[in-house]
Design a protein around this ligand. Sequence first.
Ligand SMILES: Cc1ncc(COP(=O)(O)O)c(C=O)c1O
Length: 360
Amino acid sequence: MSRVFNFYAGPATLPLPVLERAQAEFVEYRGIGMSLIETSHRSAEYDEVHNGAVQGIRELLTVPDGYSILLVGGGATLQFSMVPMNILPEGAACDFLVTGSWGKKALADTRAYGRVNVLFDGADHAYTTLPEASAVRSTPGAAYLHLTSNETIGGVQYHRWPTVEAPIVADMSSDILSRPIPTESFGLIYAGAQKNLGPAGVTIVIVRDDLVERSPDSLGAYLSYKTHAKKNSLYNTPPVFSIYLVRLVLDWIRDQGGVPGIEARNTRKANKLYDAIDNAPGFFRCPVDGAARSHMNVVFRLPSEELEAQFVSAAKAEGMVGLKGHRDVGGIRASIYNAMPEEGVEALVAFMTEFVRTKG
Ligand SMILES: Cc1ncc(COP(=O)(O)O)c(C=O)c1O
């Protein structure tokens, strides 16, 4: 077997022990005579997987009582609409901090449902910076304040959270479970699974129960948080296989020392990579403001697009794939989610050092 170091931004690398476990029990799941994806989603076996995933998220993120954990389909993109449909009452407005491509998309969809006050828009700085957390104030009466905790394309991540009166709604698709968070400071957190949690197909929504109560009765059943909260996310057939893999990933996170253990490793990985960039000034350049540098998606430029193309293909030849920056911004992006081993980052750093030596 020769697995490469996979730096794709999502779908992204998963822990090898998780893939091996899934492979070992795929055809016949734990003595039931069939695979998990062939059994009823009302079976005892699936029930254990489903509730194990919900419980694992609750434990690992220390989600307090008074919050529901929902497992839904449609990706984080569906949440760009479901959030305002459910918790932006008619006639009310919400606040937005727009820090990159994903924030812009969430904003565009929210505008289809109600009024938005944009409190911060990083466009003037090409989305390379964040608002000063302590300076953010929500608008009096705002239904909520939406932010994107980590901008996957621009490589911008909050390291300090704003404290505001309105409930904070956070899109944590690309950094959920990468570090401890004060869950009780958020009204709603959502995250597509395919970066830190498992394969695409399931989206996690952690929502305070008083916000669930805002869901208007006029919504179709699937679009209402109330439905999923009441039915423990089993109103319809859930994405069984994705949830099963999430469950295995959560077990793996526990084995790594839980979220604090994962965070320590993520910080070491990010520091090594940013050091490699900063140690070659004039060759590598990270455009992101120092205080906002992402520990998940490390973006950087080389002196020319030609050198960037050479960098990507030479890295691929050495077993490091997925390093091309997003087409909207170009450059290089190394996504180093939870499951990227430290050896992967070390291999990339060694490759970068050698690249500067020969091309710099
Ligand atoms: C921060 C962020 N939000 C939202 C999305 C959209 O997620 P999905 O493809 O699950 O709809 C992504 C996908 O990369 C993302 O990185």
